[in-house]
Design a protein around this ligand. Sequence first.
Ligand SMILES: [Zn+2]
Length: 63
Amino acid sequence: MHEIQPAAPYECPYCGEPGETVLDLSEGDHNFIEDCHVCCRPIEFHLETDGEQWDLDVRAEND
Ligand SMILES: [Zn+2]
């Protein structure tokens, strides 16, 4: 079993700062939260993947 962990660019939904997060495609569809490295607010990531193709949605908490 190989692991695919592409880096995905995103923009912070709060302050607009560009960032990058590493995706774990082996988990399938899942949500996770990372704090913005600039404004430190929690960014919600919604990842949809079939293990190869992926689509990342970035939202502000409570959005
Ligand atoms: Zn931010």
